[in-house]
Design a protein around this ligand. Structure first.
Ligand code: BGC
Ligand code: NOJ
Length: 814
């Protein structure tokens, strides 16, 4: 069952009923000012950091699930009846409803008793404001007297503090109101130099800034006293809970449409210019007023929207494909690329499943995210790499996370996740292959942000590699530390007290438990580093990396192979994990995927065997589960993984992030049918028809789909912020379609389904547009290339002479 449809022309998903199984959300903002918005206008906004600069309040895990947001109420002043044009929170039975989630904007439209309202929410580029562009049309045969009310709830900036520290917070709220603009200035009197504002393009009939005045005592958002009564009370918040509400009166002739623009914004002032006059306590509003004046003019709002549209056109235009599969096309051309930009911007910090106060930017996460967005915003990718590397520690280890606002490593979580450093090599490799910007390796970057500790970025990579060599365990495999890619495989934790953090509690000295996953990652990262070294003219150094890689490969063969699949790890007693010897957790996906994608066992058949076992033991119709059999009880020596009931999350859930590793593994053994089949099983668009089972948004990936051990097999959770986005994008574009970046140039190496006769692609790469056409002339994957009409040997398209704009590539598969 579906709850809407894809409008691919407009690059929108159109939700046609408001009561989706879960809130289906979208992101607003591209660089600094961000918002989350659901299909019923729920959600919140923040500036850069969802914890430290939260602009509006949001209550997670609420009932109903999604309440609180960017609400507008309409009131028929002749009858006193009022409703929410976004359905929530009043939930009136709307005659028409649609929510169009598009690229950086959301439009919610509805009709109720002949009054149509359509609100387009977006954040203009390069501006720290969001706009609610509301059009109200009267379709009645007679004139309508209406009232429009806006409402947002200001958060007192630090979202964590905001939801805990009420003894203080109920006494600090402050606002100013000038020319109908509501300025939120809590804590501005002391150490803050930023404030928020909420403005309206029309002359207002009244306002409210104190929540209780707007709602009335003992009332909720579904029944605000001000709206019921038909007017605000011009309340001035002092303490308690500052909100922003405007009341606008509208008289509409039959057929008439009026537009109202609401502008919610964030402004920072120079420290020495906070107040105006300087010796007062009144906010200096100069800069804010200019922005407000601009967006009070409808033409400027439209122009800003057009700019945003072109921005996304350009970004998505960098890679467009035309294959026989609509779901592939839709995801590659629109939604998967778009989701990659969201994970780049927000990492894992703020979604409807990440509260915005828990996690900042993950070291491994952000490095992997690069795989999906580096071609779209290479300049920002460069900056991200440098920021990440600056949180690396002198040992080569890394802070597991850092705060986007301060760009400092997060001490609460610390380091010791022994896979982390290698992802930096993978991230930098992806950047170099895309851009050819070798200069980044000479960039001076500190360790732990300590001035004076700078070395060239290249040395950061060297230290990453060495980090593992200095931490090998009894079998010569890498020690796992706090966890590897699987945050829940906590083999040194041994936690028996409720509430202890699995990720930071360590009761063992960590000298025994080893990870076969990190070994596979080491092989991949080491090979990358060798190539990078070779390009820097360091042939001898490259050879030493390759020697270590070969050694690790041999160790995996010797101690990381279980007979029919790759082992997963050794625990603190040096007992196998992911082995036929185990009662539960006999086989894990991570090592089957990652070792095969890293090319381990390609020659001697281990890779093919591991993939066969994966198919037999882990693959389901909803995707490939993480391990089998699921853990049915808590294992002290394994940690968080066994804390989840069977079928969820890392305990035998379909953890979508690692499915594309198997997809790539299948392409490496030349099996395009299997690769695309796995790709399709978790492709959200291909699952749209079962939205009642999948339940999450059909336009973006979710982190997890419940595995077959769960009663809710097939149900997705934790949509949007997941490494799944980047890895699937990378798997489909670079490995199945095979348009692959390399240090030397663009490779054409498709491994597509046998039934595909052809596909086309347009890919911009290092300033040149490649027009690619792939034809099948046989069942195999052997590529014969023609570049600009001339046949060439091999499958690397040579870099064209400077100034070339277009290269035409024809590939024939035999
Ligand atoms: C989750 C992991 C996640 C980790 C982050 C765990 O509870 O299961 O998926 O990576 O938390 O700290
Ligand atoms: C989500 C985390 O963000 C990621 O870093 C981790 O690899 C996976 N969970 C698996 O545990």
């Amino acid at each position: 069952m579906k709850y809407g449809y894809f409008d691919d022309q407009k690059r929108e998903y159109v939700i046609t009923r408001p009561d989706t199984p879960l809130p289906w959300i979208n992101y607003l903002g591209c660089e600094a000012y961000f918002g989350i918005i659901s299909n019923t206008a729920g959600g919140y906004s923040f500036f850069r950091d969802a914890r430290l600069r939260r602009i509006t309040r949001y209550r997670y895990n609420n009932a109903p699930y999604d309440v609180g947001g960017r609400y507008i109420y309409l009131r028929d002043d002749s009858s006193g009846e009022f409703w929410s044009p976004s359905w929530q929170p009043t939930q009136n039975k709307l005659e028409e409803y649609s929510c169009r989630h598009g690229m950086g904007y959301t439009t919610i439209s509805s009709k109720y008793k002949g009054i149509e309202a359509s609100t387009r929410y977006f954040v203009p580029l390069d501006e720290n404001v969001e706009i609610w562009q509301l059009n109200v049309t009267n379709h009645r045969p007679q004139a309508a007297e209406l009232s429009v009310f806006s409402i947002i709830e200001f958060c007192l900036w630090d979202a964590q503090d905001d939801s805990t520290n009420f003894q203080r917070n109920f006494s600090i709220g402050e606002v100013e109101i000038e020319d109908g603009v509501i300025y939120h200035k809590t804590e501005y009197r002391e150490r803050r130099d930023h404030f928020a504002f909420f403005a309206c393009s029309e002359k207002i009939a009244g306002y409210d800034t104190q929540r209780e005045a707007f709602l009335g005592p003992y009332r909720g958002w579904d029944n605000p006293a001000a709206v019921e009564r038909g007017h605000c009370s011009n309340s001035v918040a002092h303490g308690w809970a500052p909100v922003g509400s405007h009341h606008v009166k509208l008289s509409l002739e039959p057929g008439e449409t009026r537009q109202i623009n609401f502008v919610l914004g964030y402004q920072e002032n120079p420290r020495d210019q906070k107040f105006d006059p300087p010796d007062s306590q009144i906010i200096n509003k100069k800069a804010a007023k200019a922005v407000i004046a601009k967006y009070r003019v409808a033409a400027n709002v439209n122009a800003a929207f057009e700019k945003l549209r072109l921005y996304w056109n350009d970004l998505l235009g960098l890679c467009q494909v035309d294959t026989p599969d609509v779901h592939t096309n839709r995801m590659v051309n629109i939604w998967n690329a778009y989701q990659c930009m969201a994970t780049f911007n927000i990492s894992r910090s703020a979604s409807f499943y990440e509260s915005g106060i828990g996690r900042g930017l993950g070291f491994r996460d952000s490095n992997q995210d690069l795989l999906g967005f580096v071609h779209m915003v290479p300049g920002r990718a460069r900056e991200r790499i440098v920021d990440l590397a600056a949180t690396q520690l002198p040992t080569g280890g890394a802070y597991h996370q850092y705060q986007p606002l301060t760009k400092r490593g997060n001490d609460d979580v610390g380091s010791g996740f022994n896979d982390d450093p290698h992802w930096l090599i993978i991230g930098v490799g992806a950047y170099l292959k895309e851009t050819g910007d070798w200069g980044i390796l000479d960039e001076l970057v500190p360790y732990d942000n300590a001035p004076g500790s700078e070395t060239p970025l290249y040395e950061h990579l060297q230290r990453s590699f060495r980090y593992t060599l200095e931490r090998l365990g009894p079998h010569g495999l890498p020690l796992i530390g706090r966890a590897d890619w699987n945050d829940c495989l906590n083999l040194n934790c041994f936690s028996d007290s409720p509430g202890q953090s699995f990720q930071t509690t360590t009761n063992k000295d960590g000298k025994v438990a080893e990870s076969v996953f990190i070994a596979g990652l080491f092989v991949l990262a080491g090979s990358e580093l060798a190539e990078i070294a070779r390009h820097r003219g360091l042939a001898a150094e490259a050879a030493t990396y390759l020697a270590e890689v070969a050694k690790m490969d041999a160790t995996i063969h010797k101690h990381g192979w279980d007979g029919e699949w790759f082992l997963r790890a050794y625990d603190d007693f040096s007992r196998k994990i992911g082995s036929k010897e185990n009662v539960e957790g006999k086989i894990y996906i991570e090592t089957q995927g990652f070792c095969t994608l890293a090319g381990i066992g390609l020659e001697d058949g281990l890779a093919a065997k591991a993939l066969e076992s994966t198919r037999k033991l882990l693959a389901t119709e909803h995707g490939i589960v993480l391990q089998q059999p699921a853990y049915s009880k808590y294992y002290l020596e394994y940690g968080e993984i066994s804390s989840y009931p069977p079928g969820y999350k890392e305990n035998a859930g379909i953890f979508c992030h690692n499915n594309p590793w198997v997809v790539i593994g299948e392409t490496r053994v030349g099996n395009g049918d299997a690769a695309h089949d796995y790709y399709t099983r978790i492709n959200p668009s291909a699952r749209e028809e079962i939205s009642d089972i999948h339940r999450c948004e059909p336009y973006v990936y979710a982190q997890m789909i419940a595995g077959r051990d769960a009663p809710t097999f097939g149900e997705a959770k934790n949509s949007w912020l997941t490494g799944t986005a980047a890895w699937n994008y990378y798997a489909i574009t670079q490995w199945i379609l095979g348009i692959r970046t390399s240090y030397e140039g663009l490779l054409i190496a498709p491994v597509i389904p046998k039934s595909w006769r052809s596909f086309k692609a347009r890919r911009k790469f290092r300033g040149v547009t490649y027009q690619i056409e792939v034809q099948r002339a046989g069942d195999g994957n052997k590529v014969c290339l023609e570049v600009n009409g001339a046949p060439i040997q091999g499958n690397l398209v040579p870099l064209p002479p400077a100034g070339t704009k277009i290269v035409v590539v024809k590939a024939t598969l035999r």
